[in-house]
Design a protein around this ligand. Structure first.
Ligand code: OOB
Length: 548
């Protein structure tokens, strides 16, 4: 079937003609219950934005290295963006892939897409052309918004997807002076959008060869933002530093950018989470809150020049995306003077925070408590039988902001959800007295400092190399990143005696992977050219042995 808009695709995909479920797979009877409980309120992302503009028009909304805007400036920017996007053909229900660096222009784009009743399809600036192609065909998305001043990686992505020109319209935005030409274009009225409709497609950490897309409705996502704001201390007069990629679920909603829009806190965009970028911005803008992945926190803790910056304005740092070591967690309060909130979340839904007033032991040694009283938690063995409290098991979850299916992926859905709609997180946890501790992982996924990589996706790309016979990709322990990506490569027979003479060197293979469209964070850190793989007793490749 040739779907024209992502909205049609979302409602017709897995369950053709089933009006009983929403785009997230949530049955209508459960949707009704979440409304009765007061979790889902009928709010939309566009309405959230309008309230901020109407409430605080002259206050500072956002800053990046090019400009500072008030909420009413931002509103004007969103109108201009909407005019340009509509002029390019974006309309109700259209999927719009957004691959932009952290910037005010990112905010303008996202809210303009919502204003038009179109659907953001989020991607990370580090994604490669392979992912963008997949999003375009699978969402489907006919529009792609990116930067007019790309770095090398994004320039390659733009070049590599140029052949999609017939089906995908590319809109390049100059973050320093965006939306040129908008003045000559009409600003379309804001679309009227039901809150239970698909609001956007979020990216998921990969476990399969092709990335899965996560459908969210306005109702469920905005509930997760409100719930986050409730357990965090982000207030109207606060300043949020956005240092992780803006479109990641953690950055968007925990409590993140949308939390800041809800309370009217101002947003400062950092280009990246390196200490040399983050520390001056904290000091200059009086930042009160920031979210980091564990390696970025470690870099801050260990940065030699830190004392030169006044970071005393910061109250809370949220750390999540990957397991934070207890040793690093213990250093936050004494060395930085900040309160640590660990965040164990997933784009699929469930988010856990350590409470602000928890004991120091709970803060440093657990990954927090489910943020909603309606989050359902099960910890089960491999036969789906509940384990006794305090014993490790597989975490399953269901609730008012957790999806019950991926977008258009019936086979993956059958594996990833139980029949009664619990999401199989792939995380091994201990649940004790309401707190979760992550103790391991059952899914085939590498967590490289919070970036999730499917070994299969990396293997598939390297296997397209002419002289590669077989590939096995594993995560190996790394002190800073938690895990690094290691690829074992067996050359084809004719190249086996002298692989380098056939172009098979680690450096050339890495270059090949980048050019083949792999995300920059998924390019293997280590490559070993080997004659064979270690095997298990039954003759399968032993990834365990390869992990050392
Ligand atoms: C966040 O979302 P995703 O979708 O990139 O990754 C989710 C997975 C979890 O299933 C878990 O395996 C891992 O990332 N994870 C953690 C963790 N936070 C995430 N593992 C151990 N400790 C933690 N604190 O990563 C995400 C989404 C929203 C908020 C925060 C993180």
């Amino acid at each position: 079937m040739n779907h024209q808009t992502v909205l049609d695709a979302a409602t017709n995909s897995d369950d053709p003609g089933n009006p009983g479920v929403l785009a997230t797979g949530v049955p209508r009877e459960d949707a009704k219950r979440y409304r009765e409980l007061g979790a889902w309120t009928g709010d939309t992302h566009w309405a959230l934005f309008r309230r901020a503009v109407d409430s605080w028009p002259t206050e500072t909304a956002a800053t990046d290295r090019h400009r500072t805007v008030t909420w009413s400036d931002l509103d004007a920017g969103v109108s201009r963006a909407a005019a340009v996007l509509a002029g390019a053909g974006v309309g109700r229900g259209d999927g719009v892939i957004i691959q932009l660096p952290n910037s005010v222009a990112y905010l303008e784009t996202v809210f303009a897409v919502w204003r038009l009743g179109a659907i953001p399809v989020f991607s990370l600036p580090a994604h490669g052309s392979a992912e963008i192609r997949h999003f375009a065909s699978h969402a489907p998305a006919r529009f792609y918004v990116s930067t007019a001043t790309p770095n090398r990686h994004l320039a390659r992505v733009h070049r590599d997807i140029a052949d999609l020109a017939g089906t995908v319209t590319m809109i390049l935005v100059d973050e320093a002076s965006p939306w040129e030409g908008a003045d000559a274009l009409p600003v379309p009225d804001a679309a009227s959008v039901p809150s239970e409709e698909l609001a956007f497609l979020q990216l998921s950490g990969g476990t399969t060869g092709v990335p899965k897309q996560i459908p969210k409705t306005h109702d469920d996502y905005l509930y997760s933002v409100r719930a986050s704001v409730e357990v965090c201390d982000l207030r109207h007069s606060d300043v949020l530093l956005v240092a992780l990629p803006a479109s990641h679920n953690f950055t968007m909603s925990s409590p993140g950018i949308l939390g800041a829009v809800q309370v009217g806190a101002s947003i400062v965009f950092a280009a990246d989470p390196m200490p040399t970028e983050v520390l001056p911005l904290i000091a200059e803008h009086g930042v009160t809150h920031l979210a980091l992945v564990p390696p970025a926190l470690l870099s801050l803790l260990n940065f030699p020049g830190r004392d030169a910056y006044d970071v005393s304005s910061v109250r809370t740092v949220w750390v999540g995306g990957a397991k934070l070591s207890e040793a690093a967690a213990r250093r936050v309060r004494p060395e930085l003077g900040w309160t640590l909130q660990q965040v164990f979340g997933m784009a699929e839904g469930l988010v856990n925070y350590t409470p602000l007033d928890a004991s120091i032991e709970e803060i440093v040694s657990t990954q927090g408590r489910p943020m909603s009283p309606w989050d359902e938690i099960r910890v089960v063995d491999d036969e789906d039988v509940d384990v006794p409290e305090g014993e490790p098991g597989n975490l399953l979850t269901r609730g008012p902001y957790t999806i019950r299916r991926y977008h258009r992926a019936p086979e993956v859905n059958a594996r990833s959800f139980t029949e009664d709609g619990f999401y199989r997180t792939g995380d091994i946890v201990v649940f004790r007295e309401g707190t979760l501790t992550v103790v391991g992982r059952a899914k085939d996924q590498i967590n490289r400092g919070g970036e999730k990589i499917a070994p299969e996706a990396v293997e598939n790309i390297l296997l397209t190399h002419d002289t590669v016979h077989d590939v096995s990709v594993v995560g190996v322990p790394d002190e800073v990143l938690g895990e690094k990506i290691r690829a074992f490569v067996i050359p084809r027979q004719d190249a086996a005696s002298d692989p380098a003479a056939h172009g098979l060197t680690p450096t050339k293979l890495r270059k090949f992977a980048r050019e083949a469209g792999l995300s920059s964070f998924a390019v293997p850190d280590l490559i070993d050219i080997v004659a064979e793989f270690p095997l298990t007793g039954v003759g399968k490749v032993s990834k365990k042995a390869q992990q050392g």
